[in-house]
Design a binder for this molecule. Structure first.
Ligand code: TXA
Ligand code: MG
Length: 351
């Protein structure tokens, strides 16, 4: 299959691009498109055969449900059994935006889209191209991140091409995304809303709108094998770079000292070493391929670069990666969640 790649400006959307993508969606084919979080691999969520193609193209386990993307509340009503009060408040406060809500699904949503579950994940993305595509085609779009399973999520159209060229009908190139890590997922089917995946919308932001919010135990204690994550996708070791990736936590100068010593030894042994630092600390490093992931004073710069840096280290075929750790509050919680996963929870303390 030839993958058609078409660009369009987010502020001046080329309707021909949207038309073509819409035709593919109506024929049950796949189109990758930008959202404010990461690029999504879309297909008609109400067409079980179209959803099945997504699983095949990504090499995604069939028990890992897809998020359904909508452009208005009418579409939500058709997808779900009921909209609980907490959900109404969250939708009003954060949609369109990087928040996915889990509802009890209605009968029109096929189990092929929900990984066999009776619930459905719904999100209204805050991205003009994504919203235009959903509105124009009048298709609710099932879309996981547009990477092959196990690779970092794509934040540019060229990442999508690297993973899925020849396997999907079309990629809409709308430039680099703004946030860079996937949406916060909140289950609103129980009395107290529960975060199943941290993202840009933090616990504090949610609590300001709905009061008490819980976090899935499996996210707080990821190393416990007896606690199964409620979002099936969170059990997989996502975002894994090819290199051996270790995070180093502690006093800035001690961290740099530890990483510098290890790097020197590994380079002597003939290995390629990558270092993930920040704008504020990068000058502390001597050898190795040093990159700044962004500024500690503006965490959005960090989330935006995170997956690109992991992909770049794959391309450069480094053997080892050492990374600094980041604050674990607000967006930092989501950043650390993704980095720790990428590192397979390989963290050393040098305090
Ligand atoms: O920001 C995002 O959410 C991006 C963009 C494209 O919208 N999408 C995304 O999709 O990250 P994906 O497929 O990579 O991650 C979806 C996550 C998985 O962890 C999956 O298990 C969980 O959502 N999920 C989907 N439906 C669910 C359900 N009914 N119950 C619990 N978890 C669910
Ligand atoms: Mg994903």
């Amino acid at each position: 299959m030839q993958t058609i790649i078409r660009s369009t400006d987010i502020d001046n959307i080329d309707i021909e691009v949207i038309k073509l993508a819409s035709e593919f969606l109506h024929s049950g084919d796949m189109v990758a498109f930008p959202t404010e979080t990461v690029y999504g691999l879309g297909a008609n969520a109400l067409d079980e055969l179209a959803s099945a193609k997504i699983y095949e193209a990504k090499g995604r386990p069939s028990d890992n449900p897809l998020i359904v993307h909508v452009a208005n509340e009418e579409q939500v009503k058709r997808l779900v059994k009921e909209i609980p009060e907490s959900a109404k408040k969250l939708m009003k406060a954060f949609w369109p935006g990087p928040l996915t809500l889990i509802f009890k699904k209605s009968d029109i949503v096929p189990k092929g889209t929900t990984g066999g579950l009776d619930t459905v994940a719904v999100r209204m993305p805050d991205h003009k191209i994504a919203l235009k595509l959903i509105e124009y085609s009048d298709v609710v779009i099932a879309a996981p991140s547009a990477n092959t399973s196990g690779r970092p999520s794509p934040t540019t159209a060229s990442h999508v091409k690297d993973d899925l060229d020849g396997r999907i009908s079309m990629i809409i190139d709308g430039g680099a995304v703004g946030i860079g890590i996937e949406s916060t997922i909140v289950d609103v089917t129980e009395e107290i809303p529960m975060i199943l995946r941290p993202g840009y919308i933090s616990k504090k932001m949610l609590e300001e709108v709905v009061g008490k919010v819980e976090i899935d135990k499996a996210i707080i204690e990821p190393m416990r094998e007896d606690v199964k994550p409620k979002a099936p996708g969170m059990k997989y070791r996502h975002y894994a770079p090819k290199a051996d990736f270790k995070m180093v936590r502690g006093d800035v100068l001690k961290v740099a000292d530890y990483i510098n010593k290890k790097t020197e030894k590994l380079i002597e042994q003939g290995y390629k070493v990558g270092i993930i630092a920040s704008d504020e600390t990068i000058s502390n490093y001597i050898l190795g391929d040093k990159v700044s992931i962004g500024s500690r004073l503006d965490e959005l710069t960090i989330s935006r670069n995170l997956y690109t840096i992991l992909r770049d280290f794959d391309d450069k075929e480094v053997d080892y990666i050492f990374g600094e750790t980041f604050e674990s509050e607000e967006l930092g919680h989501a950043i650390m969640n993704r980095l720790q996963k990428a590192a397979g929870y390989n963290i050393v303390d040098v305090r």
